[in-house]
Design a protein around this ligand. Sequence first.
Ligand code: AMP
Ligand code: ZN
Length: 435
Amino acid sequence: MSDLGDRIGERFEWMSGAELAEFQSEALRRSVAQAARSPYYGVRFADLGLKPGDVKTRDDITKLPFTTKEDLRLSYPTGMLTVPPREVVRMHTSSGTTGKPTAIFHTREDVDCWAELMARCLAMAGARSDDIFQNMSGYGLFTGGLGLHYGAERLGMWVIPAGAGNTARQILLIRDFHVTVIHATPSYAMHVAERMVQDGDNPKSLGIRIAALGAEPYTEELRLKLQDLYGFKAFNSYGLSEMNGPGVAFECPEQNGMHIWEDAYLVEIIDPDTLQPVEEGQVGELVMTTLRRAAMPILRYRTRDLTRVIPGECPCGRKHLRMARMVGRSDDMLIVRAVNVFPSQIEEVIMRNKWIGGNYVIHLTKKEALDQMTVKVEIAKAAFDGSIETVRRLRDQLQRELRDQIGFTANVDVLEPGSLPVSEGKAKRVIDERE
Ligand code: AMP
Ligand code: ZN
């Protein structure tokens, strides 16, 4: 009998472009009609004089209004719910937002669909039902726990819901149960590896084959470093709670861009200022419409994530479009001394340098009205020979490389291994104390 992992994508994964287009138009009509049942979209449509029947094909998407995080907050708690409360089986919220969270609801079919999308991601990366899967992501309202959990179970894997933190236990479980597939944030995966190396252990000895790494932005350089340390293949995993959570987009074995499951999401890339579509292949804000969610369809959601669609066909044969790594958010861009800086630019430089450990912090302060940026890194144990001269030389070298990348001179602090705070969930890389 064939493995579930070979069959999970039968219906949607290998659709041709034309099949996808037809399905999207049909699903969009359903989604819009369903959205109109919610108090929020009911009023919004009435204000705009819009009827669900006005949307006939996917090209009619532009007739619909955008939805923002602010709209979700205004309709909190249940203003976007379209079904009777007894049909809801689950809710989640977004992470780390200040003030009221945004709450997302699911019917049983919604949860099933999400599990299918997530299972397709893991299967695409090569996971099969005889794999042992450890989920190192926090459970609870955060979607990385149950989202990956249900997907991995759907695939028939043996699932270890380890949750976040407790590094020694994570390592013990991986080793004792011969875990072959993990899910973690890239920063936590780096932390675990560094802990092992510090203890004279070798992450390669764990025998992990596949890692799903996501929930926060990271660079190709960090991926390569992690692959090198563990000997696994690392796949970028993208999602946001408003669009279910993980399972929105994932890399195929080509590891060159993440396929967005277009049977479930209609994608637009817009210029965040003009709100018009960008030219094909240009960077813009990712906007998504749910196509397969009943309890809470969301139309044209402005994710604030900046990315671009990779033009051309993927050699893997899937027609679902591919997006490149996030280059930042339309709202996380740092402006330092009037220069726009994305934290990922700094990370790229840091990860290129083998003598630096995986952890770093970008600290912003003001000195006599001038922005000061201090990049704090840890010297790797192997690179430290006890001489101050070495530390100075490395610091100056990093300072020069950073200047070339961002266009101004940042302070660089080179610290002993283990000096910087470690996060077990999403790393807080930027500390802005300018005001
Ligand atoms: P949340 O809704 O709390 O799960 O946060 C979702 C946000 O996390 C997204 O809008 C992105 O900004 C970020 N995110 C998730 N996955 C990735 C990824 N693979 N690369 C970059 N950013 C990500
Ligand atoms: Zn592909």
